[in-house]
Ligand binder design. Sequence first.
Ligand code: FCB
Length: 411
Amino acid sequence: MATWPKHLAPFLWGAATSSHQIEGFTHNDWTRWEKAGHIADHKESGRATDHFRNPDPDLQLFQQMGWNAYRLSLEWSRIEPSPGDISAAAIAQYRHILHALKQLGMEPVVTLHHFTLPTWFADRGGFFARDAETYFLNYVSRVVTEFRDLVSLWVTINEPMIYAVMGYGQGIWPPGHSSLIQTWKMAHRLAAIHRKTYARIKALSPNSMVGLAHHLAFFQPYHRYSWSDHALTRFIDSEFNWRIVDEVNTHQDFLGLNYYTRQWIKTARGLSPISAKPGAPVTDMGWEIYPDGLYHLLMRASRYQKPILITENGIATMDDARRQQFLLDHLDRVARAQHDGAEIRGYLHWAALDNFEWAEGYRPRFGLIAVDYDSLKRTPRDSALLYRDIIAANRTHSGMITVPRAPQSPV
Ligand code: FCB
């Protein structure tokens, strides 16, 4: 059983982002996808929050919000704009960011692949290419060697299942394919690449903790008395949630979990879940708000007997009162799962600040910190201040968190 290293805080409090969604001016397969008109309102990510050019004020703000951790991703297309050609400027800027985080008392949690690919890699066939593994591992070796003195927590791949489903099943994300077989193959290819990546990172940085950010949805049968809805739910839960966890389990020091919602399974809809029953509370993404799902999935994940890191959990809403309630309710379920025996070592809210939400563009507002996209001004929302107070109240704890009881107001 992997143990949580003593040099890390017993509980990591913070928030998450990914390179393409906040940095601005990236040149990858997504940039191309955006130019081809695949984004809501024909938007492009453009300068995004302009974080990469000017990261320091954001990092200082994160510290003022009381976080002791921050999850970010490295943009491979910046670091290696053409095969084998490493950008010293990109390495230097990421080093600056990682170093600043450490100085400010925040533990970086670094993702190596968060949905985007260099165009040259995408053009060779992405992760399906015969030499994909070699290229990806070269990039990994380079960045781990550069940053191993600053990084103890690595996330190899963000949400392999979502990446496979959106890009190869539903065709909503690049490369825009619609094939069940390809979806399945991509998911398993990524599991294999993860295992190799894990071994590579451990060889270069033996004391680091390496994991993967799994996307888990809480699936339930639509009709309580339908035998086939139950059977299909079990099948989807096992294929979509747990198969990949099993496949990489010998190669993960912690379980990274991203949780957002419950989905309903109806036999007549086959493999396409229903997002919410009529009348259920939903976010601006149309995702049902269901905190108990987090509790159940954490308890299920605890059977793997590894430290759990919640690598994402959050809500798209224009109404920050809903975000505050969401935060209280979900942290309450984290505390309950800890109480019931799950070893949960951190909570990284999605997102640190408003950002580019993939095919949905800039409309969804996920940030604890609001961004005015015209002036680029940042303003912490009340939810960020509430979160800061919760973190402050937990400062001297042993790793078991306490959360003020969620007020009874409906979500
Ligand atoms: C997750 C992604 C993240 C963000 C949130 C809302 O699936 O990992 O980049 O888009 O959803």
